[in-house]
Design a protein around this ligand. Sequence first.
Ligand code: HEM
Ligand SMILES: [Cu+2]
Length: 560
Amino acid sequence: MPTAEATVTIVENPSGYSLPDSHRRYILWSILFGFAALAVGVFQGFAQGLNYAGINIFSNFPGMRTYYQGLTLHAVLNVFVFPFAAANGWLALTVARSLGRNLNGFLLALSFWLMVAGSLFAGYIIVVGKASVLYTFYPPLRAEWPFYFGVVLLVLSTWTISVAQLVALAGWKKEHPGERIPLLAFVSIATYVMWDIASMGAALEVLFLLLPWSLNLLPGSDPLLSRVLFWFTGHQIVYYWLLPLYVSWYTMIPRQVGGKLFSDTLARIAFILFIVLMPVGFHHQYVDPGVAGYFKWAAGILTFAIFFPSLLTAFSVMYALEMGGRARGGKGMLGWFWRIPWGDPSVSAQVLAMITFLPGGITGLMNASVDMNLLIHNTTFVPGHFHMTVGSAVALSYFGLAYWLIPYLTGRELWGKRLALLQSWLYFVGVLIFARGEISGGLLGMPRRTAISMINYAPLPGWKLAGALTAVGGSLMFVAAVLFFVVLAMTLLAGRKTRPVVDLPFTSTVLGAAPSGNQLILDKISYWVLLSLTLVALVYGPFLLTHIPPTLSAPPFMGY
Ligand code: HEM
Ligand SMILES: [Cu+2]
């Protein structure tokens, strides 16, 4: 095993960094705000799971008019507000800590309030039943303007954090000419830079097509162009959900399990690939008319390329887990696995999330295959897949992250460690049962986005078992999520005060970054952005050139 120590640290100045209280507060509030959104979202999820077993409880929720209203709320809260707010807090902290340099306090505050305002606008109009357009908001379905306005504010909130990060990086570079960017800052900033490019599609769609349309300033909508712009963002958003947890898996988990990160360079390359391999959104449109086969194949191939950085990640993480397990006495091919610190709820939640991510990733490859996709498109296979990715790899990892991060940010010890452990296992078992139900149902044609408890046609044989498993697994996930919120609330209210606060658990590296030579190019983020934009132009340019100007002729539909 190579033993060369890292030549460049994961963080600048590993000793003595202090986070001003006002910054700490905004970071904490941002993360808590995300969890609060999730708390509301999982109630809807519970109702949706039961729906697939033919049990209708959502009609009894106060103010709930249709199944779609709840489904919109579930997804907007769970995949927009929750991951945006949590990432804003988490990756603001990692950049500040790793550069040893505080982010701009005004921008931190601005980002938080934009998040709150955006959630209020979008949340209000969904709750009053005037924006049941699902989180994909495809025209000609039309929401009232506060929905689109809210979405704009949510995205602006994330861009504000990105600006704050880049300003801090520029300041750091001035004081450290020619030095490598500390790894933790690099991966955190790369995540946001990736998202800055990725969010352009939806930003253009909402600002120039949907928002003016909802204000009756445009004669109609262009469904095809809107879908193309949406999925440009809609694919890559999954990495904006996921990479903040990769930051934890690469730079924190190795330390937490008693191992080390294998290679600084490999980690940087993985994040760079996520920036470069941007334009694959067409793989969500395999069955869309109006998109030529060329685009679909280009997206299909690039999608398989994007699996490569995921394999790099799997390798790095397993290396660290094995190293940690062996250091704790694990022997043989797999004996180390049982020796990683399973008693630490932060570790157990995140490792269980990683395990769930394996079938999550594999089912993703199935979605991405042109021919397989025809079988499973718009069936429950799809939510089966993504509750193992965003619903677990992301959500369950955030639970694990919270188990040390909330004590770090509040100076209060984690309350109910055993409950936290139980919670992570329950969620893990729940999601596997849930996904088994959804996936098997999907293969039998069980439709997603359907109030199946209210249909007036007979379900196909096989849907019954699939639906029951969905409901049982979903209910376990729901209970587990509630337990998480109990642990979180009790930690905030009743956790024992511990001062002094310890540092972030960042890892050291087996193979560190080279301080000079070819590798310096890895840190030139602008090069990778340029490469990414070139690919985007190649894949999306021909479509846009033939499609623009848009045909704004579809009349609005508001049948909810
Ligand atoms: C208690 C845990 C949860 C349960 C029981 C649950 C259940 C469900 C079910 C049954 C559906 C499919 C509804 C349909 O197609 O008609 C669904 C959709 C969805 N869920 Fe969850 N979910 C949970 C947590 C989560 C989490 C943690 C996330 C993300 C972080 C998430 C994100 C989504 C999204 C994006 C959709 C798609 C909505 C759409 O098709 O428009 N869910 N959920
Ligand atoms: Cu995708």
